[in-house]
Design a binder for this molecule. Structure first.
Ligand SMILES: Cc1ncc(COP(=O)(O)O)c(C=O)c1O
Length: 503
């Protein structure tokens, strides 16, 4: 029987119409397996260094997975930033780039795609997400101002603080509980927002920031309903609403999947509505659009003009903003493909599958499974390690030893110390295993699960870490740590005993 197009659901992006929604493909066995709606046509060979080398490499890297060399990593689950697999259409578009310092056609293609997809009038290009944050913070954050947000991202907070402001996190309480059934744990608590406005007065509030797919609390989405309500509070108090759309693709998917009022809306309609609710939206093109770059979108001329003059100063001329023309072409196509549910569902579905397999083995993970990656609750996994010995960092180092898998610490190590030098303990101690889109196969994800199951059985062997080199700002990027005991040797010896001659 020929396969007929799924009625009314497909977006035709210049490909042949009649795409089938992956959620409509059922396995005869009844198994719930995420099915890839793409095929792999370019591959990169991987190496898995032997155990003895892994032990040596993690020590050389100061137990900081950022400092591992990629050639020594088997599965790179550090991040999805700039490492999602591109489509053939993106690669093809990169060949047609128009190289010029000013007035490049590649820029105009990107600008008009953003207008079409998001409905915003003005676009300011930037080389990545944090560059947008620098511009926003320099323009709007003054000493003594506050920025309420559902939750912070590391670079966002650093830019606000650098400009003399402070951040206030007002995510709903469920957002900070590791396990929950709440479908939108990234929602802002409206009462907390009103209380903050009453306490500080709107003159002290630089802007209100919503982050799509909240990175640091497990890639959790906000609902469209919540964003609408936040905008109402902003309007009633004459406040600017700024959206960080870096993880919007996952958030769009969750809104479409979980929010009743959006079931009949297309992804593009939801995106349009979201952008129309925010005065300013910025994004990292390393995440949104499966490319590299970023930018700021607004429909308000006055706001645009305020930010515009900083672009040539920090980023580059207004028609590239630090991006290569090739990346702009890839971003244009990548943003277009973000409107395709089959494409944006791949990440969340792999993550949900991984989370459910880990739960089946009793391993504590953030629920509901979010976007970006699978988040292991290190506070529970290694509950014998105190927070000042960085349990999530220790678990990340242990997983590299056990399987050559590189995850990212998202806990106290990723926080900055308080001004008095004391540790600012993170709300959650998470080991994030990012799922760059379309990069890993299911058997590779199974391997990661297998090594985690082994580690969980041997978790009592994992010990803490202490800083031996600690940078003042964003210390997690290049700080170096040492194990507090010889636990890593003991863990390696147990691995050798259990796996014998296996890598
Ligand atoms: C939510 C969020 N905002 C901002 C950024 C910063 O973007 P970039 O890495 O492109 O500077 C990131 C990057 O991970 C992010 O996840």
């Amino acid at each position: 029987m020929p396969i007929r197009p799924w009625p009314g659901k497909s977006l035709n992006h210049g490909l042949h119409g009649g795409m089938i929604k992956v959620s409509k493909v059922r396995f005869f066995s009844g198994e719930q397996v995420p099915l890839e709606m793409h095929k792999v046509r370019i591959v990169q060979k991987l190496q898995l260094p032997p155990l003895e080398n892994r032990l040596e490499y993690i020590k050389e890297a100061g137990n900081n997975t950022y400092l591992l060399k990629n050639r020594d990593v088997f599965l790179d689950m550090l991040t999805d930033s700039g490492v999602n697999a591109m489509s053939e259409r993106q690669q093809a578009a990169m060949l047609l780039a128009d190289d010029s310092y000013a007035g490049s056609e590649s820029y105009f293609r990107l600008e008009s795609k953003i207008k079409e997809l998001f409905g915003t009038q003005f676009f300011l290009p930037a080389h990545q997400g944090r560059a947008c944050e620098n511009i926003l913070a320099q323009v709007f954050v003054k000493p003594g101002t506050i920025v309420p947000m559902n939750y912070h991202f590391t670079t966002t907070k650093a830019h606000v603080v650098l400009n003399g402001g402070v951040i206030e996190e007002i995510v709903i309480d469920e957002g900070l509980s590791v396990t929950s059934k709440h479908p939108f744990k990234g929602n802002m608590d409206l009462q907390k927002l009103r209380d903050l406005i009453r306490k500080w007065g709107n003159g002290k509030i630089a802007f209100v920031r919503m982050e799509a797919g909240t990175n640091l609390i497990g890639g959790q989405p906000f609902s469209l309903e919540n964003l609408e309500a936040v905008r109402k509070v902003c309007d009633a108090n004459d406040l600017l609403l700024v959206l960080d759309a870096s993880l919007l693709a996952d958030n769009l998917y969750f809104i479409k999947e979980r929010e009743p009022q959006c079931q009949s809306m297309s992804i593009k309609e939801i995106a349009h509505r979201i952008f129309s609710l925010c005065h300013i939206t910025y994004f990292s093109g390393r995440k949104l659009g499966f490319a590299r770059g970023g930018g700021i979108c607004t429909s308000e001329r006055e706001l645009y003009l305020k930010m515009r003059e900083l672009i040539p100063l920090y980023e580059g001329f207004l028609t590239y903003g630090g991006m290569s023309v090739r990346e702009m072409e890839a971003l244009t196509v990548g943003l277009d493909e973000t409107m395709d549910e089959d494409i944006i569902s791949q990440g969340p579905q792999f993550i949900a599958w991984m989370a459910s397999e880990l739960i089946r083995h009793g391993i504590p993970v953030v629920t509901p499974a979010g976007g970006l990656g699978c988040h292991i609750d290190a506070a529970q996994f290694v509950d014998h390690i105190p927070q000042n010995e960085y349990p999530a960092g220790a678990l990340a180092a242990a997983l590299y030893i056990a399987g050559g898998i590189r995850g990212m610490e998202r806990g106290t190590m990723s926080e900055q110390r308080s001004p008095d030098g004391s540790e600012a303990f993170a709300d959650m101690e998470l080991l994030r295993l990012a799922m760059p889109r379309r990069v890993f196969t299911l058997s590779q994800v199974k391997y990661a699960i297998d090594r985690l199951v082994w580690l969980y059985a041997n978790r009592h062997l994992i010990g803490g870490l202490r800083f031996v080199e600690e940078p003042k700002t964003l210390r997690f990027f290049f700080g170096r740590l040492a194990a507090v005991s010889d636990w890593q040797e003991k863990l390696a010896a147990q691995f050798k005993a259990d796996f014998v001659d296996s890598l």
